[in-house]
Design a protein around this ligand. Sequence first.
Ligand code: GLN
Length: 496
Amino acid sequence: MSELVERGAAEIARDVNAKRVSAREIADAALARADAVDERVGAYLRVLYDIARETATRVDERVARGEKLPLAGVPFAVKDNMCLNGTRTTCASRILERWTAPYTATAVQRMLDAGCVPIGKSNLDEFAMGSSCENSALGVTRNPYDLGRVPGGSSGGSAAAVAAREAAIGMGSDTGGSIREPAAFCNLVGLKPTYGRVSRYGLIAFASSLDQIGPLARSVEDAALAYDAMAGHDPMDSTSIASEVEPTATALRNDLRGLRIGIVREFPLDPLGAEMKSAYEQAYRDLEALGASLVEVCLPTAEYGLATYYLIAPAECSANLARFDGVRYGSNVDAGDVGTMYERTRAAGFGPEVKRRILIGTYALSSGYYDAYYVRAQKARTLVARDFAKAFTSCDLIASPATSCPPFALGAKSDPYSMYLMDYYTIPMSLAGVPALSVPCGWAREGGRTLPLGLQLVAPHFAEALLLGAAHAYEGATKHAGTYAPSLVAASGVES
Ligand code: GLN
């Protein structure tokens, strides 16, 4: 493996701007790495050889002209529910298998403007519905730390690409945990920004009131640089927030002195089992050792988070996915009349989980059930958001587990409900719209493997600088992040 693919985004940008290495050399190394390992990892649905090389050459030209680019030459993975002009954008669904994006998503464009080089479009659960990447209709992605296990989802392809050194940054989208959960499973930092902070223009919608784009990276500094590049107002997204973005990469801290960190009373550690419990107890002690004071906070309605989310997200998905009817987008199955054509197209094009969500969502929105399900879910959502607002009157940040288990074996969770439970710790933050991240916090041993765990940190709306700043202090003191664990990777067969 070339040493170049080991480098993080900050180091690459420094060296490319200083002309110590070219963006083209970095891109070639990332492409070679994808050639060497992606057959086994399956992070990418498509590697963008020509686009990567052309983009890298243009970055080198910009640097030669004297431009300083915050992410000069940084290779990145683009989740395949984000549009990149002229390339296929499939959402890992048969219905969009042959659809080519006619424009570029704003967040992707901002990464390109900052000097990033796209290496490939990465796999996901179909339309971002899932927690393991196993709902993809177009490919299997494996966890680089153990190829028998899932990388998490739905942004599993971007996470696997960054963990396997096929990219330095991964772009993910998080509706109920889809950045934080794969980050935890692949020993990465993954940030879900405040709802509305990063433009959704060009992100194919799943649940529009929850969807948020954010970065996956091997260090907090890299995640901060990527967030700074992608965040900001966009007139093309009506839910995009107009206020100034506070830069985060310049706000990284080395201690937590003066911060009150809330530990959630309703998230006891006992149900996680002895090993995870002791890892999180250690993480909380580490926060304290860095100068934070730990306080107990209450999120009494958090336990309704899952039920609330699994009404609101399917309701919005049933409306958003109505556009895939074989007329304007993607594939279609011909039939004598238009109604049969819709039916056959959607029956053949959507996978079972997507169909389940559309059915649940249509039911929850139907007249007669609307008040009982959808309206009540919206009321519960308001209560969850109020819980966070109240909790943040007595603390600056909240800490909790990111997931309820370490990465699990491919095929281990066959019923939808056990998959839904994966998002227990991440969904309340999505409902409240507050920013949250997962940062590596240690290891669990299972079946002879050492598997990564993630600590979730949560901040009030728009406090990304505080959130990433604190995560940086924790990362620096604990050094779990960035651990390549080459022996693990060698044992799992990724290294040849
Ligand atoms: N796992 C959750 C779901 O299936 C969240 C997915 C996401 O955040 N995109 O809906």
